[in-house]
Design a protein around this ligand. Structure first.
Ligand SMILES: Nc1ncnc2c1ncn2[C@@H]1O[C@H](COP(=O)(O)OP(=O)(O)O)[C@@H](O)[C@H]1O
Ligand SMILES: [Mg+2]
Length: 368
């Protein structure tokens, strides 16, 4: 982690209340310069409110917001070294693309020649050269969003705040824009703080992700960390697909041991620290970490978990095959296997062994 002087944005124990509603609940974050940082969480988890407090559109009820080490206090948005891109891009409809992009510099009285040069740089950056005379209604949604981005970046903010900026685009365009936005961020090197409820989007774009729920930050980490080492049931459930097996805890210290409802012993690499022997819990395993074998084959030994099941459904997805496996007395497991494995494919109704390594299993308090 960078030291205090080098954080681009820091939140210190920030709380925001609206009457009785606690929108943001004791959030502390440190975002490094040049980071692409995502605030990820379901609707109502406090992402927008957090972003608005950084931008100066809301003031914290408690705690403080620092930008480049400087407490922002009551500073209004225009006195902060940040710019914001909202979901509804709010371009000026009567102005051309070039005029929209130039707007911030015009307001600050920047010389004409410099404005022309910087607008042209920005058009290059967002790949809209040749579009300068068009008006917003003559652009697609993706193009409008790129104009909004250029309009914000031309002011050379220290930090760019983006609130679900791709939310209005259709899926294919959104995917293309995710990669484009990330490339632009890497090119300009400005700190991006990006709000989204879409876990795939956060994983694709961000250097680090803060996972939020009910106003709290539950976990901060790289996409790989939050995906592979979730610290809570919520994070494991919210990010990616996960199998949850109901179990009872037998041993909480490593190697963690649990027992399924039908008495099969399983082992895990990690258990939530608050768990105690004897309590009910869930074992979480990603579908791609489970493997299918024919009865009598597959890996065995203390590092492996094995259960028997029957294939209930087979879905061919091109790159992989998704199996639903019914495990008697337990639950259904979802298994994802790449096409072209030596074991071949399995048919509905077949008896199989589902095996997964201890390293792929984590045990959580169940939230239900
Ligand atoms: N101006 C407001 N007045 C009252 N409640 C608000 C206001 N803004 C947000 N909230 C509440 O705060 C919580 C968090 O909202 P928000 O930050 O918009 O979440 P998100 O962006 O994650 O969907 C929600 O319960 C929301 O209803
Ligand atoms: Mg929001």
């Amino acid at each position: 982690m960078p030291d205090a002087s080098s954080a681009a944005v820091e939140l210190r124990d920030v709380v925001k209340r609206f009457g009785d509603v606690v929108a943001v609940d004791h959030v502390s974050l440190r975002i490094a310069p040049g980071e692409f940082f995502a605030l990820l969480g379901p609707s109502g988890s406090g992402k927008t409110t957090t972003l608005r407090m950084i931008g100066g559109f809301e003031l914290p009820t408690e705690g403080e917001v620092l930008i480049e080490g400087e407490p922002q206090g009551y500073k209004p948005p225009y006195q902060r070294p940040v710019n914001t891109v909202f979901q509804n891009y709010a371009l000026f409809p009567h102005m051309t693309v070039a005029q929209n992009i130039a707007f911030g510099l015009e307001m600050r009285g920047v010389p004409k020649e410099e404005i022309r040069r910087r607008v042209s740089e920005m058009l290059d950056l967002v790949r809209l050269s040749g579009y300068e005379r068009r008006r917003p209604h003559q652009l697609s949604g993706g193009e409008q969003q790129r104009v909004a981005l250029a309009r914000a970046l031309i002011n050379r903010p220290k930090v760019l705040l983006l609130d679900e900026p791709l939310g209005a685009l259709d899926l294919k365009l959104r995917k293309a824009m995710q990669l484009e936005l990330k490339a632009i961020q890497e090119q300009v090197g400005i700190t991006f703080i990006y709000v989204t409820h879409d876990q795939e989007e956060a994983i694709t774009m961000a250097n680090r992700i803060a996972v939020m729920n009910k106003g709290k930050v539950l976990q901060v980490g790289t996409p790989q960390e939050v995906y592979e080492q979730p610290q809570t049931f919520f994070v494991a459930d919210f990010i990616g697909d996960t199998n949850f097996l109901p179990v009872q805890v037998m041993q909480v210290t490593a190697p963690v041991e649990v027992m399924t409802e039908s008495g099969t012993r399983l082992t895990a690499s990690w258990a939530e620290p608050t768990l105690r022997t004897g309590v009910k819990a869930v074992m979480a395993v990603r579908p791609e970490r489970m493997h299918l074998y024919r009865p009598g084959s597959g890996p065995e030994g203390p590092e492996w978990n094995r259960v028997e099941g029957i294939i209930r459904q087979v879905i061919y997805k091109g790159l992989d095959i998704r199996y639903e496996v019914f495990v008697a007395g337990e639950c259904s497991l979802h298994v994802r296997m790449p096409v072209g494995r030596s074991e071949g494919t399995f048919q509905r109704g077949e008896h199989v062994i589902v095996a997964w390594p201890r390293a792929a299993a984590r045990v959580f308090r169940s939230e239900s």
